[in-house]
Design a protein around this ligand. Structure first.
Ligand code: 3HC
Length: 294
C-alpha cells in the first residue's frame, strides 16, 4: 500500500486517539515514531496498542505475526529528538491550547524544515496553533474519529495560512490508509462535530427535562435512527469532558443555543464522571457502583 509522499510519520501522545492513529498508520505500512511524555505514559501507550491489535487477533482479523509486524513498525520514545527524520508529525495530546502550543514549538524546533505538522484537535483553532510556529504554511488539522482504527472519516483542515500542497498530501495519505478524507476550513466543530454535537447536547437536554429515559432515548436512536449507538452510549465512548470542550468551542464561535452545553453534562464532568474511561458517565461500567442517571 502506498502512503503518499510520507514515509515516516510521528505521533505525539499515545492515548486512545494517538494510539489508534499510530495503529492505522502502521497497518498502512508507514514507519511510525510514537512519543509520550515519560516512561509511565509510554507504557500506557504501548498497552493501548497491544489491546487494540490484540482485539483484532482475537476476532480472527489479524494473525499473531501480522500484529507483531504492525507493532514492530511503531518505534516508541520519550524524546522529541526521535522525530527529527519524520516528514509528517501528528499531535494527539489533550485538548489544551497551552499544551498544544508548547508541543508545536518543540516540533518546530526538532523537525525538518519541510516536515508537515498536524494536529488532531477536535475543538481548538488550528490557526491558533499554526501561528505559534515558524512554518504556518505547513500546519494542518487532521481529525480522526473514535475509535480511529474503525471510523472511516478523517477531516483534513487547512487554515488561511496553509499551503495547498500540505493539506493535499495529508488527504492523499488518509486515502492510502483506506479512510475517507474531507477537506474543511478552520471552523469550530469542522463538519461532523458541528452537526453531531447539537444532537448529542439535545439528547442530554431531553434526559434532563424528563422527556424520556436514558435507555429509551438510546434505544430510539439505535433502533429508529439506524445508528450503531444511542447518544448516551456514544457520549460515554467519546468522553464527557471532550463532549463539553467541543460544545463550548462551537458555542463560543456560533452562539447557537443548540450548542450551549447541557447543565447535566457539565455537572457530570465536574463530578469526574467522564464516561467509559473513568468507569462512570451516563452509564456505569463498574458493577460495584450505581449509574449516574438523574
Ligand atoms: N478500537 C479498535 N477497534 C474497535 C474498537 C476500538 N476501541 N471498538 C470496536 N472495534 C472494532 C471491533 O474489533 C470490530 O472489528 P471487526 O468488524 O473488524 O471485527 C468492529 O469495531 C465492531 O466492533 P463490535 O462488534 O465489538 O462492536 P460494535 O459493532 O458495537 O461497534 C463501534 C463498535 C465501532 C464503536 C460502533 O458502535 C460505532 O461505530 N459507534 C459509533 C462511533 C462514533 O460515532 N464515533 C464518532 C464519535 S465523534 C468523534 O470521535 C469526534 C471527536 O472529535 C469527539
Amino acid at each position: 500500500m502506498s502512503s503518499g509522499s510520507f514515509s515516516r510519520v510521528g505521533v505525539v501522545g499515545l492515548g486512545t486517539m494517538g494510539a489508534g492513529i499510530a495503529e492505522v498508520l502502521a497497518r498502512g505500512g508507514v514507519e511510525v515514531v510514537g512519543i509520550e511524555v515519560d516512561r509511565q505514559a509510554l507504557d500506557r501507550g504501548r498497552g493501548n496498542l497491544e489491546t487494540s491489535t490484540g482485539r483484532a487477533v482475537k476476532r480472527g482479523k489479524l494473525t499473531e505475526e501480522g500484529k507483531q509486524e504492525i507493532l514492530d513498525r511503531i518505534a516508541l520514545s520519550t524524546e522529541f529528538a526521535a522525530l527529527a527524520e519524520c516528514d509528517l508529525v501528528i499531535e494527539a495530546v489533550p485538548e489544551r491550547l497551552d499544551l498544544k502550543r508548547r508541543v508545536f514549538e518543540e516540533l518546530d524546533r526538532v523537525c525538518r524544515d519541510d516536515a508537515v505538522l498536524a494536529t488532531n484537535t477536535s475543538s481548538l483553532s488550528v490557526t491558533d496553533i499554526a501561528v505559534t510556529t515558524n512554518r504556518p504554511a505547513k500546519i494542518v488539522g487532521v481529525h480522526f474519529f473514535n475509535p480511529a482504527p474503525v471510523m472511516k472519516l478523517v477531516e483534513v483542515i487547512g487554515t488561511v495560512l496553509t499551503e495547498d500542497g500540505a493539506a493535499g498530501r495529508v488527504a492523499n495519505l488518509v486515502k492510502s490508509l483506506g479512510k475517507t478524507p474531507v477537506s474543511i476550513g478552520d471552523r469550530a466543530g469542522f463538519v461532523a462535530n458541528r452537526l453531531l454535537f447539537g444532537y448529542l447536547n439535545q439528547a442530554a437536554g431531553m434526559l434532563e427535562s424528563g422527556h424520556a429515559t436514558r435507555d429509551d432515548i438510546d434505544a430510539a436512536m439505535k433502533a429508529g435512527g439506524g445508528l450503531p449507538m444511542g447518544p448516551f452510549t456514544l457520549m460515554d465512548l467519546i468522553g464527557l469532558d471532550t463532549c463539553l470542550e467541543v460544545l463550548e468551542a462551537i458555542y463560543r464561535e456560533s452562539r447557537d443555543r443548540r450548542h450551549a452545553p447541557s447543565p447535566l453534562l457539565r455537572e457530570l464532568v465536574t463530578a469526574g464522571l467522564l464516561g467509559r474511561k473513568t468507569g462512570h458517565g451516563f452509564y456505569s461500567y463498574d458493577t460495584s457502583a450505581p449509574a449516574a442517571e438523574p
